[in-house]
Design a protein. Structure first.
Length: 373
């Protein structure tokens, strides 16, 4: 655990930091455009022809046709974006001295992602179409209820099943630090299963922390990179910020909002399918070959809402920053913690306002430091 305190004044980002952040955002933008373009091509131009090919390949069985459609979509999208993911997630991170990950480590994590994400993705796709086939024109209502159930289940499983597949997670064993942190939960009604160390250092030099889990799986995760470089006072600030998410009920609010967004998104998909499925060459609104059209509509809907959702997320993060300041009563530790985060993670403290509006779900570091004043 670090004991040094950096200068509380954060300098303007160096040119290489600005360049790094521009390149990361450019990859996100290009990847989104390519993915949307490919989805549009599959959904609008090739959909009917692909449906005929699936029938010729596996017959008229709806489940097999859905499997063929999902496999085609998943494999082609992965091949399209894999070079960009490798450039952003491996090459750029090493070029900027932010990664400890070997090439073999990157490949193995990617394979685990395929295994976990592929299974979850197929379950979700088959669950969605099962609802669509069974409930008919009211499928979008039932799909929303199903998505709420999935959200709750995954929220409970994330820290205890999914996250340990990708990272080593161990209980924090620093008794003095644990005592300091647990005092910050007094009077908050926050019941956490434990405080854990998330071993990020095998992969990255970046520091991070999170509140994860629902019910009896809720826990606070502190990156080992953060624990190694931050003072106890700075760790208290970061921990208090995570407690703030609980106190302000951000997780519950996010779940409720997600239900309404899902309802609107599935309803919109239904309207598009009913209006255009047969016109585009599909057998009907429940044709498995129309899966790219379903995902295209959801993707466009999600991108349209993303600036508003990012703004809401930034508001929540500011609430948690204020909570951390009010409950640690340590302005200097707050300033030094966020200054360290900016330097360690090579964050741009002064992004262009349009970039922050469109891409940032946390306030820029300079704004967060200003709150301490």
């Amino acid at each position: 655990m670090a004991t040094d305190t950096p200068s509380l004044e954060l300098e303007t980002a160096a040119p290489e930091v600005k360049r790094y952040q521009r390149q990361k955002i450019a990859v996100v933008f290009i990847s989104s455009v390519l993915s949307l373009g490919w989805l549009a091509l599959l959904a609008i131009v090739l959909g009917g022809c692909l449906g005929e090919q699936y029938t010729a390949l596996v017959g008229a069985n709806a489940a097999l046709r859905l499997l063929a459609s999902a496999a085609t979509l998943g494999i082609t999208l992965e091949l399209l974006t894999l070079p960009l993911d490798f450039y952003s997630g491996f090459l750029l991170e090493h070029r900027n001295q932010l990664s400890n990950q070997t090439f073999a480590g990157w490949c193995w994590k990617r394979i685990k992602g395929y295994l976990v994400g592929g299974v979850l993705g197929l379950l979700l796709v088959f669950g969605l179409y099962w609802v669509l086939w069974v409930t008919g024109e009211w499928w979008w209502l039932w799909a929303t209820a199903g998505w709420l159930g999935v959200t709750i289940v995954l929220g409970r499983l994330l820290p205890v099943v999914i996250l340990p597949i990708f990272y080593k997670v161990t209980r924090l064993d620093d008794a003095n630090l644990l005592d300091r942190l647990k005092k910050l939960t007094e009077g908050t009604t926050l019941t956490i299963e434990g405080i854990y160390q998330l071993h990020l250092s095998d992969e990255t030099k970046k520091a991070n922390a999170a509140l994860a889990g629902l019910g009896n799986t809720r826990r606070v995760l502190l990156g080992d990179t953060l624990l190694a470089q931050f003072t106890p006072e700075e760790i208290e600030v970061v921990f208090a910020h995570e407690v703030g998410h609980h106190v302000h009920r951000h997780l519950l609010k996010a779940i409720v909002l997600n239900v309404f967004i899902s309802l609107a998104g599935f309803w919109l998909v239904h309207q598009v399918l009913m209006a255009s499925a047969q016109m585009l060459g599909y057998a009907g609104f429940d044709d498995p070959a129309a899966l790219p059209l379903v995902l295209f509509v959801l993707a466009v809907f999600g991108l349209t809402l993303s600036p508003l959702l990012n703004a809401l997320s930034r508001f929540h993060e500011r609430q948690c920053d204020r909570y951390a300041l009010d409950h640690t009563h340590n302005k200097d530790a707050y300033r030094s913690a966020f200054t360290k985060l900016a330097r360690i993670n090579k964050s741009d403290p002064d992004p262009h306002p349009l970039v922050a509006l469109l891409f940032y779900d946390h306030p820029p570091i300079r704004e967060r430091l200003a709150m301490a004043d």
